[in-house]
Structure formats: C-alpha cells, structure tokens
Design a protein around this ligand. Structure first.
Ligand SMILES: N[C@@H](CCC(=O)N[C@@H](CS)C(=O)NCC(=O)O)C(=O)O
Length: 212
C-alpha cells in the first residue's frame, strides 16, 4: 500500500495539529520534514500556496490543516472526545477565533518589528482572547474532560507560541485554566510524539519517515 505523504515543519502550529490528528487516528503516512525557507519543488508542484502541512494522496491533496484533521477524524476515534451538538458549535467558534483574531495578534506580538507594530498592543489583544477562553473552560485535564478533543489540538499549539514569546508575562496572567491546560498538553505523550525530530527530507536520499 502506498502511504500518503505529509510535508511538515516541526515547529509550525498548523503542522503540529495535523500530526496530532494523524497520531490519534493512527493514520500512517510518509513524513517529509521540510524548511519553510527551502520548500521542495515536489511540494510546490502539488500545492502552489506553499504552506505546510500538505497531505498528498495518490488522487488528491489536502493543504489545509483543518481538512487534514477532518480527514483523519472522519471515522469515530475511541481515544478522542466525541462532541455533543452544542460542543461542536462551541469548538468551531473557538477554533475560528484562534485561527483568525488570535493568530493575527500573535504574529504582530511575536514579530512586532517585522510588522512595524507595538507588541504590547497585540499582546493585550491575545490576552483578551485568552481571558475569554479562561472564562469558558474548566479543563479536567483536557477542555472536555478525560479525552483530548479536536479543540485542544487545534488551539493549544498557538497558545504555546504565546507562552514562548514571553513566559514571564504569560505566567503572570490570571488565566490558571489556560496555563494548566497548556502545561498538561506540553507534558502529554501526544505532544511528545508529535514533536519528535526528523532529519530534513532530501529527495536525492528519499529519506521520508514512516509517521506516526
Ligand atoms: N491555513 C493553513 C495555514 C498554514 C500555514 O500558514 N503554515 C505556515 C507555517 S506555520 C506556512 O507554511 N507558511 C509559509 C511560509 O512561511 O513560507 C493551514 O491551516 O494549514
């Protein structure tokens, strides 16, 4: 059987969440670790927008992380929280908020000089969203209880980036639910497995890795 090919960059939050979905669903692929500053022709040929993750099948290509997650999770997965109708709406709204507004302000907080922006202003906007999340969740230990959910894997890689930008600031904020959730996530086997290091893919060596 030919495995689908996943073009991935270890530190990319979108690729991270796609890898976690593949792990949870036990969907095997050939992982090709790439560098964003040196994207392989093979990837650009099938997805000209040049973002990771990209999952290539023999007959189609998925080049949006949420599409890869949906594909991985299209069948019921016993180790992932299954949503009630209300939870599904709650989850979709929060994922949208983090993928749009939070990501926008996070980029301008982290790379303020690149954007010519005031980082504190954008950090404050991130804080408003994290305060909002704080008021909506009571993680035990994941957002919906004992089992990890699509929402956890979709938003935590971005919250992690916000923490990395300035840990002292992050831990001084009054969002203990968010801090505890992130801590649990970063200590989880799921995260460890998703963050395993692979050597760069070299087409000449054909050194893709079977993942997970
Ligand atoms: N909407 C896309 C966004 C993916 C994305 O923007 N990935 C970043 C890396 S974190 C990327 O590949 N950027 C292209 C670049 O930096 O050249 C998805 O969800 O897959």
């Amino acid at each position: 059987m030919t495995l689908p090919i996943l073009y991935s960059f270890r530190r990319c939050p979108y690729a991270m969440r796609a890898r976690m979905a593949l792990i949870l669903a036990s969907k095997k692929c050939e992982l090709r670790e790439i560098l964003l500053k040196n994207k392989p022709e093979e990837m650009l040929k099938i997805s000209s927008k040049g973002t990771v993750p990209v999952l290539q099948f023999q007959d189609r290509v998925l080049d949006e992380s949420l599409d890869i997650i949906s594909w991985a999770m299209e069948t019921h997965i016993s180790n992932v929280h299954s949503y009630s109708a209300a939870e599904e709406i709650f989850s979709a709204e929060l994922i949208h908020l983090f993928d749009t507004k939070f990501k926008y302000h996070l980029d301008r907080y982290k790379y303020a000089s690149r954007y010519g922006e005031d980082p504190k202003l954008h950090r404050q906007e991130c804080k408003i969203i994290l305060d909002c999340l704080e008021s909506k969740i009571d993680p035990r230990p994941w957002i919906f209880g004992k089992q990890v959910s699509l929402l956890d894997i979709a938003i935590l890689p971005f919250i992690r980036q916000c923490r990395i930008a300035n840990p002292n600031w992050f831990f001084a904020q009054k969002f203990p639910n968010v801090i505890n959730l992130l801590d649990y996530f970063e200590k989880s086997d799921l995260f460890a497995q998703a963050m395993q290091k692979y050597e760069l893919w070299d087409p000449a060596k054909n050194n893709g890795n079977i993942f997970p």
